[in-house]
Write a protein of this length. Structure first.
Length: 250
C-alpha cells in the first residue's frame, strides 16, 4: 500500500536537507566525534548524503549504505556534483554483507529509530560484526516529545519550471505499549494546478528507554556504552546519542 523513500520523498529530502545541512547541530558534533577515531567509517542509512558529503570533504574515509535505490541515486549525484567518490551499497541494514570492516559506524539524527523493532537485534549484530576490534557504533535515539495525534501538517515546496511538491503529514497514532508513532505522509508533484505524480508513505518511528537500549547493545556484544543528550550541550532532551564499543579481544 505504501512506498517508502521513493522518488518524490527523495526530491523533497534533497530540497529540505541538502548535503551539509545540520539538524540540531549534528553535523559539527559527528565531525568532531569521528576526527579522533581510527579506521574507515560507515554511515548506515546514508540517504542522499546530507552528512556523507561534508565528512568526505573533511578527508574522512566514509562509505554509505541504504535500502532505498532512489536515495542512493541522489547520493551518487551529490557526490558527482562535489567531485567526490566513495563506496555506496544498496543493502538491508539487517542483512549487511560488506567487503570491509570499520573503525566506526554512524546513524545520525533518528535513522536508527526507523528500524522496525522486530529487526533491531539483527541490525545491531550486523553492525557489531562489521566493526574492527575497538570500533564504535555511534547513533542517535529520538523521542516523540512533540507528537500530537490527529494533527495534519501541509506545506508546498517549489521546484523548477513552476512545479512543486505538496507535502501532507497526518499524525495517525501513538502506541505506548509498542513504543511507536505512525504517520501517513502524502507527496504530490504538482504542476500548473494538476497532480502529476503522488506517493503515499507509512512513516513509523520507534523509541526506546535509555536502559532498554543499553541492554540491547550489551546483548549484541557491545561494551563501554555511553550516552549524552543534545549533542553534548544537554539542552535538547529529545535526542540521545549513544556510543557503543566492540571489544578489542573479539
Amino acid at each position: 500500500m505504501f512506498k517508502e523513500y521513493g522518488e518524490l520523498s527523495t526530491k523533497l529530502y534533497q530540497l529540505k536537507y541538502p548535503p551539509g545541512h545540520s539538524l540540531g547541530g549534528d553535523m559539527l558534533y559527528y565531525t568532531q566525534q569521528l576526527a579522533g577515531m581510527p579506521g574507515p567509517v560507515l554511515e548506515a542509512g546514508v540517504g542522499t548524503g546530507r552528512m556523507l558529503v561534508p565528512l568526505l570533504r573533511q578527508g574522512l574515509d566514509v562509505d554509505g549504505v541504504d535500502l532505498s535505490p532512489d536515495m542512493l541515486k541522489q547520493c551518487e549525484a551529490n557526490l558527482s556534483q562535489n567531485r567526490l567518490q566513495t563506496n555506496l551499497y544498496n543493502q538491508d541494514l539487517t542483512k549487511l554483507k560488506l567487503p570491509r570492516k570499520y573503525g566506526a559506524i554512524i546513524m545520525p539524527t533518528g535513522s536508527f529509530c526507523l528500524l522496525p523493532r522486530d529487526v533491531v537485534k539483527a541490525a545491531l549484530v550486523g553492525f557489531y560484526n562489521h566493526l574492527l576490534p575497538g570500533g564504535k557504533f555511534v547513533f542517535d535515539a529520538i523521542f516523540p516529545d512533540d507528537f500530537k495525534k490527529g494533527e495534519t501538517f501541509c506545506k508546498t515546496y517549489p521546484l523548477e519550471d513552476g512545479a512543486g511538491i505538496l507535502y501532507t503529514n497526518f499524525s495517525d497514532e501513538i502506541d505506548w505499549v509498542e513504543q511507536k508513532t505512525s504517520h501517513v505522509i502524502r507527496y504530490e508533484l504538482v504542476k500548473d494546478g494538476e497532480v502529476q505524480k503522488a506517493e503515499l508513505s507509512g512513516f513509523t518511528l520507534y523509541w526506546y528507554g535509555m536502559w532498554e537500549l543499553e541492554m540491547l547493545l550489551e546483548n549484541a556484544g557491545f561494551v563501554d556504552i555511553k550516552s549524552e543528550f543534545g549533542y553534548g550541550k544537554d539542552e535538547d532532551k529529545s535526542v540521545l546519542t549513544f556510543f557503543a564499543t566492540k571489544g578489542t579481544d573479539t
